[in-house]
Design a protein around this ligand. Structure first.
Ligand SMILES: CC(=O)N[C@H]1[C@@H](OP(=O)(O)OP(=O)(O)OC[C@H]2O[C@@H](n3ccc(=O)[nH]c3=O)[C@H](O)[C@@H]2O)O[C@H](CO)[C@@H](O)[C@@H]1O
Ligand SMILES: C=C(OP(=O)(O)O)C(=O)O
Length: 420
């Protein structure tokens, strides 16, 4: 099993190219299932979840060609509208196949994604919303089995208000509603940039959507969608991770393609901590010197502080000056990195949803174990600032969602290597 060996204590300097967003590429690969014409996605990140999604749709009979960050999807030959457990178990985003399959074929069988390290993550809201659109859904033997009632050819538009804001739920409804009969109104919709990017792609395919980027999205269903070429939006979480890395280690780095406007909550905290963050031509520049001031924050839905950045900012707080509280409001079990940070010498106490961090002068390298995607990134950041060697085990979690992270870090001066 691959591990990362990091020798900490180096400043980071230079330029990093931010890849396309995992959390946009995954729904967009599923959106390509909505049409029998070819769809080309550009700027697709090279990471394990994308490979899994490609495998999942290829298994349905879809033609997929890949190369140079482009993926061409031809869903005309799709004949098996199913997502089996073996492929779904490693990636919750597989549930995004449900809406498009149901909308185009009137049936779908998708394995329940199951719980994962960060929380139980049910999909009840996805099911409830699609039922409101006329689907008959049962959950049996670990599968969501959905179909249209006899005599119906299309989903019908509906007014859907979810109990909480759900990102992939909103995406499933957007894709399903694009081909439904009549109008769908999504109240309490997620506003993440990945939602807006998906909506823009669907509009290129002929969908009629208004209100993306707000809590109320209206979709007028159309009979047919066509092919398109779409460039995946830059990954704000990858950019945020590099921002925290440079802020914590010190240095001066430009994140090419990074978007300041998608990271305001994180950048506000970095500036308050003492890092200099500015918008530059097609990118973000971050400069940092000396010890930062620890920052308290609560994770909330976009445009609030993203839960997907909580672990990385916690690593920065661990070596900053003063106390800070971090409150995780989205997932019930997203402090798995804390015990590993403690092994590096951090001082953190967790009480329910709140972690209290007392910044220490230095961390010291040790062997630590990654438990989920962003926890892994947090441990890498901690390793970059720790004295001596840190070995991060189980980095398959990191590979799920980062495009060659260690190569990018090496490119700006980090001493980090993949070892067996
Ligand atoms: C592939 C992808 O885009 N993943 C992102 C997406 O995950 P994902 O879309 O799975 O996260 P949601 O926005 O759905 O989850 C928000 C909260 O709602 C709960 N919930 C959600 C749906 C449902 O049917 N029932 C229910 O109870 C969840 O357990 C969680 O507590 O948004 C999360 C929150 O920003 C991010 O951390 C993930 O990186
Ligand atoms: C939790 C994440 O992803 P997923 O929803 O794919 O598990 C993430 O990107 O941090």
């Amino acid at each position: 099993m691959d591990k990362l060996l990091i020798r900490g204590g180096r400043e980071l300097h230079g330029e990093v190219r931010i890849s396309g967003a995992k959390n946009a590429a995954l729904p967009e690969l599923c959106a390509a299932l909505l049409t029998d014409e070819p769809v080309v996605l550009e700027n697709v990140p090279r990471l394990q979840d994308v490979a899994t999604m490609v495998k999942l749709i290829a298994n349905m009979g879809v033609g997929v060609e890949q190369g140079d960050g482009r993926v061409r999807v031809d869903a005309a030959p799709l004949h098996f509208p199913e997502a089996p457990y073996e492929l779904v178990k490693t990636m919750r985003a597989s549930v995004l196949a449900l809406g498009p399959l149901l909308a185009r074929f009137g049936e779908a069988t998708v394995s329940l994604p199951g719980g994962c390290a960060i929380g139980s993550r049910p999909v009840d809201q996805h099911i409830k919303g699609l039922q409101a659109m006329g689907a008959e859904i049962v959950v049996e033997h670990g599968y969501i089995i959905a179909k249209l009632p006899k005599g119906r050819e299309r989903l019908r538009g509906a007014s859907i208000r979810t109990d909480m804001i759900t990102v992939t739920g909103t995406e499933n409804f957007l894709m399903a509603a694009a081909l439904a009969e009549g109008e769908t109104v999504l109240e309490n919709a997620a506003q993440e940039p990945e939602i807006t990017d998906l909506a823009e792609m669907l509009i290129k395919m002929g969908a009629r959507i208004e209100g993306q980027g707000t809590h109320r999205i209206t979709i007028q269903g159309v009979d047919k969608l066509h092919g398109c070429t779409h460039r995946v939006v830059a990954d704000r979480i990858e950019a945020g991770t590099f921002l925290c890395a440079v802020a914590a280690t010190g240095g001066d780095v430009v994140l090419r393609h990074g978007r300041v406007d998608h990271l305001e909550a994180v950048i506000d905290k970095l500036r308050a901590a003492g890092a200099e963050v500015t918008a530059v031509d097609d990118g973000i520049r971050v400069r940092s010197r000396g010890r930062l001031a620890a920052q308290s924050f609560r994770t909330t839905e976009y445009p609030g502080f993203p839960t997907d950045m909580q672990a990385q900012f916690m690593a920065l707080n661990a070596v900053a000056q003063g106390p800070a509280t971090v409150t995780e409001t989205i997932f019930e079990n997203r402090f798995m990195h804390v015990n590993e940070l403690l092994r590096l010498g951090a001082k953190i106490q967790v009480e329910g949803k709140v972690a209290v961090i007392e910044g220490v002068d230095k961390l010291s390298g040790a062997t630590v174990m990654a438990t989920d995607l962003r926890a892994s990134a947090s441990l890498v950041l901690a390793g970059l600032v720790a004295e001596g060697e840190t070995l991060v085990d189980r980095i398959y979690h990191l590979d799920r969602g980062y495009d060659r992270m260690e190569a990018k870090l090496r490119g700006i001066g980090a001493d980090i290597h993949r070892v067996k």
